[in-house]
Design a protein around this ligand. Structure first.
Ligand code: NAI
Length: 317
């Protein structure tokens, strides 16, 4: 079996080599897409991260392809339904980083609530060691956190929020009422959560149904002064509507680890990145040592179990 692994830094390649010492395996740091699909043309197994684009055309140009192992939880960068029609199985890494991403979510929240990053940048530029009116922040204690999506990450966000003594309101298509009881929070409708939250945080996957779940119509209904956090997927938010909401001062600040289109930074994203009350990070919420180790272990396990004829973590059954 020929295995081709994309989006893997040089430093991590040796870990794969140790695990597949007898396999025909090659590595590329770049993402896989229509421009370089020839690199994978003989592959039986391909592994990619979220910046690759495995659409129909790319899949069709890898004639022996049998298995795609994405190095992520989300799999919206792969046409899974089309892959299925060709008998190609797709696996993901279902559970890495649920603490990692939840902790990062609070990193964004605290940076916005206490202006830590802006204050640090100011001090670095001026060496003027004093606090200024714009540095005044606000407590999280007693504020209402609205959580959209209470899966693995959303649940850890709620646990952390409870440590800050926040009120939590949550919405999920499949509420976990036992978890709500144990953690003393309430499930409400989507409209109730987004209109009552002081801070709104997104932890739902990107699916066709969830595209632009935050849009101009519902931003107009939000509490004036809300903060919006997105560590899930950029496509959940209509970027143009977000910029409108920030300019109208309905949204006082946004913390975004993900953007629509991401690396193909569209003009709107550039505008967002430059706004002082917006904190953008380059899709790195997962990027902690523990999560990276767990991702590697799961991808290697997924590939080995596929080769052994007992595939695991298949998302397009
Ligand atoms: P999960 O599958 O455990 O939970 C997702 C939850 O969202 C489920 O409970 C589901 O019922 C709910 N949901 C789906 N559609 C919904 C909707 N329209 N409204 C409300 N709830 C909805 O996933 P997990 O592990 O919690 O991850 C969440 C997302 O975070 C992933 O799909 C991925 O896109 C993103 N992610 C981002 C990372 C980063 O580095 N920024 C790293 C890992 C995940």
């Amino acid at each position: 079996m020929k295995i081709v692994i994309f989006e893997v830094p040089k430093l991590k390649q040796s870990i794969f080599l140790q695990s597949f010492s007898n396999a025909d395996i090659s590595f590329y740091e770049e993402k896989l897409n229509e421009n370089n699909v020839n690199l994978a043309k003989d592959a039986d197994i391909v592994s990619v991260f979220v910046d690759s684009d495995l659409n129909k055309n790319v899949i069709n140009k890898i004639p022996n392809l049998k298995f795609i192992a994405t190095q992520s939880t989300g799999f919206n960068h792969i046409d899974c339904e089309y892959a299925k029609t060709k008998g190609i199985q797709v696996s993901n890494v279902p559970a890495y980083g649920s603490h990692t991403v939840a902790e990062f979510t609070f990193g964004l929240i605290l940076n916005l609530s206490r202006n830590i990053s802006n204050a640090n940048n100011y001090l670095r530029e001026t060496l003027d060691y004093k606090y200024l009116p714009w540095m005044e922040g606000f407590n999280l204690e007693g504020k209402t956190l609205g959580v959209i999506g209470t899966g693995k990450i959303g649940k850890n966000v709620i646990r952390i929020a409870k440590g800050f003594e926040m009120n939590v309101l949550a919405y999920d298509l499949y509420p976990d009422l036992n978890f709500a009881k144990e953690n003393n929070f309430t499930y409400k409708s989507f409209a109730e959560v987004i209109t009552q939250a002081d801070i709104l945080t997104l932890h739902a996957p990107y699916t066709k149904e969830n595209y632009h779940m935050i849009n101009k119509e519902n931003i107009a209904m939000m509490k004036k002064g809300v903060y919006l956090i997105n560590t899930a997927r950029g496509e959940l938010i209509d970027t143009e509507a977000l910029i409108w909401g920030l300019k109208e001062k309905i949204i006082f600040g946004a913390g975004l680890d993900v953007l629509e289109g991401e690396k193909n930074i569209i003009a709107l994203n550039q505008e967002l990145i430059k706004m002082p009350n917006v904190m953008v990070s380059p899709h790195m919420a997962f990027y902690a040592r523990e999560a990276v180790a767990s991702i590697m272990e799961t991808i290697i396990g997924n590939i080995k179990s596929f080769i052994a004829g007992k595939p695991e973590n298949i998302v397009n059954k």
